[in-house]
Design a protein around this ligand. Structure first.
Ligand SMILES: Nc1ncnc2c1ncn2[C@@H]1O[C@H](COP(=O)(O)OP(=O)(O)OP(=O)(O)O)[C@@H](O)[C@H]1O
Length: 708
C-alpha cells in the first residue's frame, strides 16, 4: 500500500539548517507527498540566504542598537497585535489576501486565501494552466480505471476458450491465433493505458509546476514584505531563528496544501465515486457497500488517529524552534562564548533542547507507524473480503474469473488514492498548523501605519525643521522615558543632544522615524505632523548614522550603495571619500569588493562606522541624524571625519547625539537630557558661561584628554 512509501515524508524531519524559504515545487513531481522534502534547489538556497540575512540583519541591528533592552519590552499580546486586516503595505498585496480580514485565521480561510493564488482574478495564463492540468488529471483517472477492465476481458477471453481439460492447444473454442491476437491486443491496451495514465500525470505535473511556483513566490514575497512592515517592537520581541522557522514551515505547508488540494483531495473523491459506482453496477450492491464501508472506516480511523498524533507534531515544532534559537543565539555570540570558555556549556544547553526534539520526533514517527499499519489492515481485510465474495459468485456462476481480477484491480487501484488521501489529510492538517503560525504573523497589523491618503512629506533644505511639542513617551505603561519634551531645530541648524545612558536620546530618533508613536504631544517635520504624512516619504527625508552599525553580509560596495541604490558607483566612492573611508578600503585585498562578513564582522568597528556615515552621506537627505556617530573612532580619524561631517551637514538640518562634547561644540543648540527631560539648553558658550552640568562635563572631558 502506498502509505508505506509516504510514511517518512510525513515527518517534516529537516536537517538543522536554520531556514529554508521559500520552498520550491520540484518541476518533475507534483504529488505533494513526493515533492515535500525537496529542499536543495539552488534558487531556494539563494532566496533563503537573502531572506535569512535580511531578517537577521534587521533584528540583530535593532537588538544591538537597543543594548539588549528586549528584556524590558512589554510582551506582545496577541489581542493587541492581531488582525485588523491583512495590510501588507501595498494595495496589490492587500488585494491578494483580502479573504482573511479582521479576525483570527482559520484553516478554511487559509485554504480560501490560497485558492486565490491558483485561480487569480486577472491572470488568464494561470487559469488556463490549471484547467489543462485538471483536464489531464481527469483523463489519467479514466485511463486508470479502464486498466482492470482490460485485464478482466483478457482473462475472460482466455478462460472462455480454454476447455475443461486445461489443454489449451487441443480444446480452444476459437482458433488459437485469433484468441492470441485478441488477448494480445487487450494486454497491449492494458499496458498502453497504464503508461498513458502515468504520462498524463507527469504532463500534468509539468503544466502545474509553474502555477505552484508562482503562487509560492507571491506568498513568500508577501510574507517577507509584511515582516518588514511590522513594528520594531514586533521584531524585538521575536527571535530571528524562530521567526525564520515559522516562515520556513509555513511556506512548505503552502506548497503542500496547494498541490494536495488540486491533485489529491478532489480527484481522489472523484475516483472513489467512480470505482464504487462501477463495482456496484458491474458486480452488485455488496461490492459497492464493501468499498463504501471500507472508505468510511478508513476515513474515520485516519481522522481519529491523526487528531491524536497532532500534539506530538506540535511538541516537535516547538522543540525544533527552540533548538534553532539556541543554536543561532550561541553562534551569533561566538566571540563571547570564547571569551568565557563556555563552548561545552553551550553545547550541553543545545543538546538539552535536541533531546526534547528527539523525544517528540520519536513519538511522531511511532504514532505514524500505528496509523499506517491500521490503514493497511483495513484495506487488506477489505480486499480479502471482496475476493471471497467474488469467488462465491464465480462458484455460483454469476461472475467470471476475469471479474475477480477486475474487482481486485479496482480495489487495489482505490487503495492508492485512498492511501494518499490518508497521508494527504495528515499532511494537510500538519501543514495547516504550520501555516497557521505564518498566517498569524501575516494577520499582525503594524500599529504604526499610514493614514488613508496620507500626504507626501516634501522636505527641502529650506524648510527642514524639526519640532517636538510636549512629547511624552514610554515603552511600557507607567514607565515614562520622555517627559513633555519640547524643542525646535530650524532649517540648516545643528542641534546636539547630550545625556547620561538611558536618558532617552536614541528614543528621540526612534520617534522621529516613527518606529513608535508618542503617547502624547506632537512631532513636526517641515511644519507637518509626522503622524499625518506618508511614512516612506518621512523616512526618506532623514539619513541616520546609528549607534551600532550592522552591515549586510556582502561587499563594502554593496553596503555603501545601500544608502541610495539609484546612485552611481562614482558617487558611492565620493561618499566614501567624504567619510574618510576611501583610503582604508583601497588597502583591502579586494578594495570596494571586499566581503564584510556576517554583520560586518570582518572589518573594524571604526570602518563599519565610516561605512554607515558614507551611506548616510550618499542618501543625501535634508535632515541628518548622528547617534554617537564617531564613538568607535580614534581622535585623529574623528577630527578628519568631523571636518567631513561639517562639509556633509553644511546647509542641512542635523541632530547629533554625542558623549564626547568636543564633537558638538559647534552646535547651534545643545540640549542636556536627564530622565527624558531637558535640564539645560543653549550653545557651547552660553552653557560654559554658567555653572552648568554641561560645563562640569566639559571640564572633566578636557582634563581626561589632557592627561592622555
Ligand atoms: N524597546 C524597548 N522596550 C522597553 N524599554 C526600552 C526599549 N528601548 C529602550 N528602552 C529603555 O528606554 C530608556 C531610554 O533608552 P534610549 O536608548 O533612548 O537611551 P539613550 O539615552 O540613547 O542611552 P545610551 O546613551 O546608553 O544609548 C532606557 O532605560 C532603555 O532601557
Amino acid at each position: 500500500m502506498s502509505n508505506t512509501g509516504s510514511s517518512n515524508k510525513g515527518q517534516y524531519q529537516r536537517p538543522s539548517s536554520v531556514v529554508l524559504f521559500p520552498q520550491q515545487v520540484n518541476k518533475n513531481r507534483c504529488a505533494p507527498i513526493s515533492n515535500h522534502n525537496d529542499t536543495d534547489d539552488v534558487n531556494t538556497e539563494v532566496t533563503d540566504r537573502v531572506i535569512e540575512e535580511a531578517i537577521s540583519t534587521y533584528s540583530v541591528h535593532h537588538n544591538n542598537v537597543l543594548n539588549n533592552h528586549q528584556k524590558k519590552l512589554k510582551p506582545l499580546n496577541r489581542s493587541t497585535i492581531l488582525p485588523t486586516c491583512y495590510h501588507i503595505g501595498g494595495a496589490h498585496i492587500q488585494e491578494d489576501l483580502t479573504t482573511v480580514e479582521g479576525k483570527n485565521v482559520t484553516g478554511k480561510e487559509m485554504i480560501f486565501g490560497m485558492l486565490q493564488y491558483i485561480w487569480p482574478k486577472n491572470d488568464m495564463v494561470i487559469r488556463k494552466r490549471v484547467t489543462l492540468a485538471l483536464g489531464l488529471l481527469a483523463a489519467a483517472k479514466v485511463l486508470n480505471v479502464s486498466v482492470p477492465f482490460l485485464l478482466k476481458y483478457a482473462i475472460d477471453e482466455l478462460n472462455e476458450n480454454l476447455g475443461s481439460s486445461g489443454d489449451a492447444l487441443l480444446t480452444m473454442g476459437s482458433a488459437p491465433e485469433t484468441v492470441l491476437t485478441v488477448v494480445s491486443t487487450l494486454l497491449i491496451s492494458y499496458g498502453v493505458c497504464r503508461a498513458a495514465a502515468a504520462g498524463m500525470n507527469e504532463l500534468r505535473n509539468a503544466v502545474f509546476a509553474s502555477v505552484a511556483q508562482q503562487s509560492i513566490r507571491k506568498i513568500s514575497r508577501n510574507v517577507f514584505l509584511h515582516l518588514h512592515n511590522l513594528d520594531l517592537s514586533f521584531h524585538l520581541s521575536r527571535q530571528t531563528g524562530a521567526l525564520s522557522k515559522v516562515i520556513d514551515r509555513g511556506s512548505r505547508g503552502i506548497n503542500f496544501v496547494l498541490t494536495a488540494m488540486v491533485f489529491n483531495i478532489v480527484p481522489t473523491l472523484f475516483e472513489l465515486t467512480l470505482v464504487s459506482t462501477i463495482l456496484g453496477l458491474k458486480c452488485g450492491y455488496e461490492f459497492a457497500a464493501l468499498s463504501f464501508g471500507c472508505v468510511s472506516i478508513y476515513t474515520a480511523y485516519t481522522l481519529l488517529v491523526t487528531q491524536w498524533r497532532t500534539k506530538f507534531r506540535l511538541y516537535m515544532n516547538q522543540a525544533e524552534n527552540e533548538a534553532g534559537n539556541k543554536a543561532m543565539d550561541s553562534l551569533i555570540n561566538y566571540e563571547t562564548v570564547k571569551y568565557f570558555n563556555n563552548e561545552l556549556y553551550e553545547a550541553n544547553r543545545y543538546d538539552k533542547v535536541l533531546q526534547k526534539f528527539e523525544t517528540a520526533s520519536l513519538k511522531t514517527s511511532s504514532s505514524l507507524a500505528v496509523l499506517n499499519f491500521g490503514q493497511n489492515i483495513i484495506f487488506s481485510v477489505t480486499i480479502s473480503a471482496a475476493m471471497i465474495l467474488a469467488a462465491k459468485q464465480i462458484v455460483e456462476g454469476n461472475m467470471t474469473i476475469g471479474d475477480l481480477a477486475m474487482v481486485n484491480g479496482l480495489l487495489f487501484q482505490l487503495s492508492m488514492p485512498l492511501g494518499f488521501l490518508g497521508s494527504v489529510y495528515r499532511e494537510v492538517r500538519q501543514a495547516l498548523i504550520d501555516m497557521q503560525s505564518m498566517f498569524s504573523i501575516m494577520a499582525c497589523d503594524p500599529s504604526v501605519k499610514n493614514l488613508e491618503n496620507a500626504a507626501q512629506l516634501a522636505v527641502t533644505k529650506e524648510n527642514a525643521s524639526i519640532e517636538f511639542r510636549n512629547v511624552c513617551f514610554g515603552y511600557q505603561n507607567g514607565k515614562p522615558i520622555l517627559n513633555n519634551l519640547s524643542f525646535v531645530v530650524s532649517p540648516g541648524q545643528k542641534m546636539a543632544i547630550v545625556g547620561g545612558s538611558g536618558s532617552g536620546k536614541s528614543t528621540i530618533i526612534r520617534l522621529l522615524f516613527r518606529f513608535f508613536e508618542p503617547t502624547s504631544g506632537e512631532i513636526l517635520i517641515g511644519g507637518k505632523n509626522i503622524k499625518d504624512v506618508d511614512i516612506d516619504s518621512l523616512r526618506k527625508s532623514m539619513a541616520v548614522v546609528p549607534q551600532d552599525s550592522v552591515l549586510f553580509h556582502d561587499t563594502i560596495m554593496y553596503n555603501l550603495h545601500y544608502g541610495d541604490m539609484s546612485k552611481s558607483e562614482s558617487e558611492v566612492i565620493e561618499a566614501a571619500k567624504l567619510a574618510e573611508l576611501h583610503n582604508s578600503v583601497t588597502k583591502l585585498p579586494n578594495g570596494y569588493f571586499t566581503q564584510v562578513g556576517e554583520r560586518g564582522l570582518m572589518i573594524s568597528g571604526g570602518e563599519k562606522q565610516r561605512v554607515s556615515i558614507a551611506r548616510a552621506i550618499l542618501k543625501d537627505s535634508p535632515i541628518l541624524i548622528f547617534d554617537e556617530a564617531t564613538s568607535s573612532l580614534d581622535s585623529i580619524t574623528e577630527q578628519n571625519i568631523l571636518k567631513a561631517l561639517r562639509r556633509a551637514t553644511k546647509d542641512k538640518t542635523s541632530v547629533c547625539i554625542a558623549h564626547r562634547l568636543s564633537t558638538i561644540k559647534d552646535a547651534d543648540e545643545i540640549l542636556i537630557l536627564r530622565n527624558g527631560q531637558i535640564v539645560e539648553r543653549g550653545n557651547h558658550q552660553m552653557l560654559m558661561d554658567n555653572a552648568s552640568e554641561y560645563s562640569e562635563l566639559w571640564n572633566i572631558q578636557q582634563d581626561t584628554s589632557e592627561k592622555k
